[in-house]
Design a protein around this ligand. Structure first.
Ligand code: CP3
Length: 347
């Protein structure tokens, strides 16, 4: 059967006249319908574990905007919780977790095979979505990458410079590496279950990859991405994988080849023309409009959107923001971005 999902065609290497489009955090607080459903669930984590309501918020931006892809509604920090960490969200501040600073903390975690009971509601969300999404909409599963997830597990919260994780890397390398490996193993199992439940492709979020330099970037961002990609493709032949080593800069160069990822997602710290020449030459790219345009809108949004579509028009490209949309965004600016992308016939 011919592939009807635009985003799956682009992930397979096709260059289309207009790129498919979706948006990181497209189900989120900028939408009044999301806020209403979250209130119904009680709080953010209860929403993540309520399969019916998590599917509902995933579908909301599809209904409102007709995006080409839906991303499962969940969070990268559900995996640490499934591994045994305490997790809660402080309103207006962000996540809090129990910390991992010594071997005893690590020893309390469970193994990769014991995470599924906890994560079963997420798999159920995927099953509901695979039935309810329009046939042309790609369903994206996701997980956080080991380094990024570990930065939260070690510090017990988000940190501006990932200092505690860098310190553990230096002072207790065996413990640091054991933690990353435990997350990696769990991530393969978790994503594999999402694919079995109906995800069409998966995205690996390494939001803090940019704070790893040189050898550390290679060992703790690139090599885990390569191993996770190859383990998933061995179990699910043909599964497209999107890697997002955010703020990797020069590290984006060669990332497709080194990891086997089908698509490399770009943040907005790299210019589209540079990325077209140096990254897209190896395969599909995704990105990379600054999410601030969703707040400010206007002609600058239109100009920058057109410039991105144009710069990536000679190869496979999925239009997206460089990072998640923020709660202060105007929903009308999202419509303007989508109209601009779809009006820009490039090939
Ligand atoms: O993109 C999507 O719409 C899918 C769902 C999704 C969420 N988080 C929902 C969410 C995805 C893919 C994530 C990934 C995620 N979560 C990352 C990696 C991507 C990135 O943003 O860099 C990280 C680092 C997290 C951890 C996390 N979750 C933080 C630090 C926060 C607090 C910051 C904030 O924006 O409030 C969250 C909360 C979160 N995850 C929200 C949503 C919709 C907001 C929660 C709310 O409704 O109050």
């Amino acid at each position: 059967m011919a592939e009807t999902k635009k985003m799956m065609r682009v992930l397979a290497g096709e260059t289309l006249p207009t790129p498919p489009i979706w948006m990181m955090r497209q189900a989120g607080r900028y939408l009044p319908e999301y806020r209403a459903t979250r209130a119904q669930a009680g709080d953010f984590l209860s929403l993540c574990y309520n399969s019916e309501l998590a599917a509902e918020v995933t579908l909301q931006p599809i209904r409102r905007y007709g995006f080409d892809a839906a991303i499962l509604f969940a969070d990268i920090l559900l995996v640490p919780q499934a591994l045994g960490a305490d997790l809660w969200f402080v309103t207006g501040e962000g996540p809090r977790l129990s910390t991992i600073t010594e071997q005893g903390d690590f020893n309390k975690l469970v193994g990769r095979d014991d995470i599924h009971d906890h994560l079963a509601p997420v798999y159920e969300t995927v099953r509901i979505l695979s039935k309810e999404l329009p046939s042309e909409t790609t369903l994206i599963g996701f997980a956080g990458m080991p380094w990024t997830v570990a930065t939260y597990m070690i510090a017990g919260r988000g940190t501006p410079d990932q200092g505690p994780a860098h310190r553990l890397m230096q002072t207790n390398t065996p413990l640091f590496e054991a933690l990353l490996m435990r997350i990696e193993e769990a991530t393969v199992e978790y994503l594999s279950m999402q694919v079995q439940a109906g995800a069409d492709c998966v995205k690996l979020f390494d939001s803090w990859a940019g704070s790893l330099k040189g050898d550390a970037f290679h060992k703790y961002a690139l090599e885990p991405a390569a191993r996770i990609t190859s383990a998933l493709k061995a179990r699910h032949p043909g599964l497209p994988v999107i890697a997002f080593p955010r703020e990797a800069g020069e590290g984006y160069v060669g990332f497709h080849k080194a990891t086997g990822a089908d698509c490399v997602a770009l943040d907005n710290s790299v210019s589209p023309s540079w990325a077209a020449a140096n990254v897209q030459k190896d395969g599909c790219v995704q990105g990379n409009l600054a999410s601030s345009h969703m707040v400010t809108g206007g002609q600058a949004l239109i100009d920058e959107t057109q410039a991105i579509v144009e710069a990536f028009s000679n190869g496979p490209h999925i239009f997206n923001l460089g990072h998640g949309i923020t709660p202060d965004a105007d929903p009308d600016n999202v419509s303007l971005m989508i109209e601009t992308v779809r009006a820009a016939q490039t090939v």
